[in-house]
Design a protein around this ligand. Sequence first.
Ligand SMILES: [Zn+2]
Length: 438
Amino acid sequence: MYDYKIINAYVVTMNADFSVIEHGCVCVQGDSIAQVCCMSESYELEAQTEIDAQGSLLLPGFINAHTHAGMSFLKGYADDVPLKTWLFEHIFQVEKQFLNPDNVKTGAALAMLEMIASGTTCFVDMYYFVEETAQLCEHIGMRAFLSQAIADFAVADAASPDIAFAHLEKLMREYEQHDLVRIIPGPHSIYTCSAEYFKTARALANRYNLPLNTHLSETAEEYQNCMEAHGKTPVEYLADLGIFEGKTIAAHCVYVSETDTEMLAEKQVAVVNNAQSNLKLVCGIAPVPAMLEKGAKVCFGTDSAVSNNSLDMYAEMKTAALVHKFNSGNARAVNARQAVFMATRGAAQSLGIEHLCGSIEPGKKADLQMVNINQIHAVPLYNVYSHIVYALSGGDVDTVFVNGRCVYLHKQFQTIDEFDVMLQAQELANKIAVEREK
Ligand SMILES: [Zn+2]
């Protein structure tokens, strides 16, 4: 007797053979996938709850490899300005006044609901007050790597880097065996975090055999400043510090030389492409096709809801697929199947969690999304990957499982009242708007 039996599903497994089962059945037992088979082989299988997925795709949940979930309470606060103005005149200022555990909790809850409702089951985050986000992951049900941001100066949740590191290590230990969450070091970037703190973060991550998460070579200015100060590219600079000697997640990598690309590939750095954020803040376009060609492990992230402003991985995949085709002058670049791979099993590989998630196979954790394709914009169907990347959107997601738990069923959240979260977020925004008028 299984817990769930999902029947009549068009199963896109994303396994090593990219198998697709057009009339498939998937059974979930506890936190894991127990059976993946054709409907014709499924009649004997029994479960407590049966879900009829007629007219729906069943896909692995997406992995959003770069977010700042807690920032979602600032969605739409400052748009249509360049990165420097955006960051220094708007975001840092409002954060000074409003960054506290309660507000981060409101933002993170909002972000998680948006991610779940658009098919994301796992995310890599960087922000402050990580324990608030960690508790929400447990309560709402999401898998996550949560990195505590580390900088040379006092930040919202730590008066000094030493305090930040002490707190970080305590949390890393606390969540070492957690079902869903790992806490990891997040040295913010080479322009906010010194070599010394980068090295401390690396050593700490290695002690727990966990990744380190950072922003890398996001803007031309960062690249030029690094060349002037060190005579090295940002990638060379971190490589020479030994930062890639251990699992590393590097968001952006927009400005990379050919040698940098080879280094990122050789060190198996999880490179996170944030195409929409990079476009919106006019940072540039990362050479993703060239990176993939060299064997770099590239996956996708939305970045925060303040620089995107949506956390919909369908939109992110589509933008990335389009922009990298145009930028490389090659319509075959980041093709549909490859894009889906980069949002699922490829991302799991990059992050070192392929044994847990990223595909629909017996033994893996049940992180699943059921997507309604019985809709005008999804008819007719020739190629399922093409539909996922070019025709569907997050709004088509109907049901989501995380770690075997059904957290979203036929568009209803099962673990939290979304209207409470929406109300809190709007009330907070009203308060922030009044302060801005002063
Ligand atoms: Zn970021």
